[in-house]
Design a protein around this ligand. Structure first.
Ligand code: C6P
Length: 420
């Protein structure tokens, strides 16, 4: 009997990722650490190489041809990011080094100047350190108080508790869209609506959602949203802050220097228009242009298609993980279609330490992350020092999941044979 198997998204795109065609420790690489950073397609690699090879030049300064070309490409990348997240205007997109810098920008520029003793900032226990530490700085400096939303029994965002925490004292809610550890997808639209009714502003950490699903900042209704380029097929060193124009206009610059000024006098300066007011110094030009190429690449595939394919993979991953009895998975379970959970699973395996697990899986060519994934408070809340995490992307295949599951089972069998 012959039958034709439908080509999956991964079958179509894998040739765009040369890094995936290699052996690690004598085994074909199975890269399942996509939540830490994604791999980069040829379009992105060629774009950054072309910039340095053909028109490397500074932006917004030179009257010469190369500078004009670099400036056009840099600003075109901003347009692409604005379109990608459905910002109302290009002025609402500020390039930063990464999501961490984008959150710090808001913390320093808005938080330090708008919060005072007794004001409340609501975060959640599942936040990445990048969305905790900057607010600790603000709280220490201003006297504002940090409040934390905990988890439901299913290990999702406790919306009922969130409602109870909200009050007229709440001035800011800063929460993650998709948890990098639990994989839960938080109800950001409802969070924004309720927070706004209470007069609070909302920042959404979209690091783990932007690469995997369509994002519409206007539909979400957030005041700010941050993302990192390196998690969405772009190079490291480039990220972005989306902010509502009126709010960004009301904020003071974060860093001072060239590029962000209108006029500089010895005693004082006036500042440039948005978004340049927040982009002091020579930016990561090639990286920003390559982020634009990454957005082209993702949009060309279609974020709906990426999301649907990753949901299928997630359903398969969980079907297979359920057959490994020795592990405990954190966060909600996806439904049979893979919905309700991001394409990742963080787990522990009894006495076997996550680091040992990851090291032995590496011997089989399988790359996963182990540790606290920069969510140490969440790990403490869950009562575990560390977890192992497998995280998928649209270029991963079911066959790779099979390799991972086999390696995981073999490794656990090995440990159990020596631990007795
Ligand atoms: N999480 C992970 O392995 P930067 O470092 O600025 O690009 O991203 C920080 C960040 C912020 N929020 C969330 C939800 C994140 O997942 C991350 C990065 C990586 O999970 C590296 S720790």
């Amino acid at each position: 009997m012959t039958f034709t198997q439908e080509r999956t998204l991964a079958d179509t795109v894998r040739c765009d990722f040369p890094i995936l065609r290699q052996e690690v420790n004598g085994k074909p690489l199975v890269y399942l650490d996509n939540a830490a950073t994604s791999q980069k397609p040829l379009l992105v690699l060629n774009t950054i190489r072309d910039y340095y090879q053909e028109y490397n030049s500074n932006v917004h300064r030179g009257a010469h041809t190369l500078s004009g070309k670099a400036t056009d490409a840099y600003e075109a990348a901003r347009d692409k990011v604005a379109e990608f997240v459905h910002a109302a205007s290009r002025q609402e997109i500020v390039f930063t080094r990464n999501a961490t810098e984008a959150i710090n920008l808001v913390a320093y520029s808005w938080g330090m100047n708008n919060l005072q003793a007794g004001d409340e900032i609501i975060l959640s226990v599942m936040e990445h350190h990048s969305n905790i530490v900057p607010w600790q700085f603000v709280a220490q400096k201003t006297g504002a108080v940090l409040k934390f939303v905990e988890l439901t029994p299913e290990q999702t965002f406790d919306f009922e508790q969130f409602k109870n925490l909200l009050s007229t004292k709440t001035k800011l809610v800063s929460v993650v869209h998709v948890s990098n550890t639990l994989g839960c997808i938080n109800p950001v639209e409802e969070i924004c609506e309720l927070a706004h009714k209470n007069g609070a502003k909302v920042l959404i950490d979209a690091c783990q959602s932007v690469p995997h699903m369509p994002i519409n900042v206007q539909a979400i209704g957030c005041d700010w949203l941050v993302g990192s380029g390196h998690k969405m097929c772009a190079p490291t060193g480039i990220g972005f802050l989306y902010g509502k124009q009126a709010i960004l206009e009301s904020m003071s610059p974060f860093l001072g220097g060239g590029e962000m000024i209108a006029d500089v006098f010895l005693e004082y300066s006036t500042y440039g228009e948005l978004p340049h007011k927040f982009e002091a110094g020579t930016p990561a030009i090639g990286e920003a242009i390559a982020l634009g190429a990454a957005v082209d690449y993702l949009m060309n595939i279609g974020m709906d298609k990426i999301h649907a394919y990753e949901a299928e993979l997630t359903a398969y991953l969980f079907q297979q993980l359920e057959k490994v009895p020795q592990i405990k998975i954190y966060g909600p379970k996806p439904n049979f279609k893979g919905e309700g959970k991001a394409a990742l699973a963080a787990f522990t395996a009894g006495e076997v330490h996550a680091n040992d697990l990851a090291t032995l899986l590496d011997q089989e060519g399988v790359a996963i992350r182990a540790g606290h994934h920069c969510t140490q408070p969440l790990h403490r809340y869950l009562g575990i020092p560390a977890s192992a995490r497998v995280s998928l992307s649209f270029y991963n295949t079911r066959e790779e999941i099979d390799v991972f599951i086999k390696a995981l089972k073999d490794t656990l069998d090995f440990f159990h044979s020596i631990l007795g």
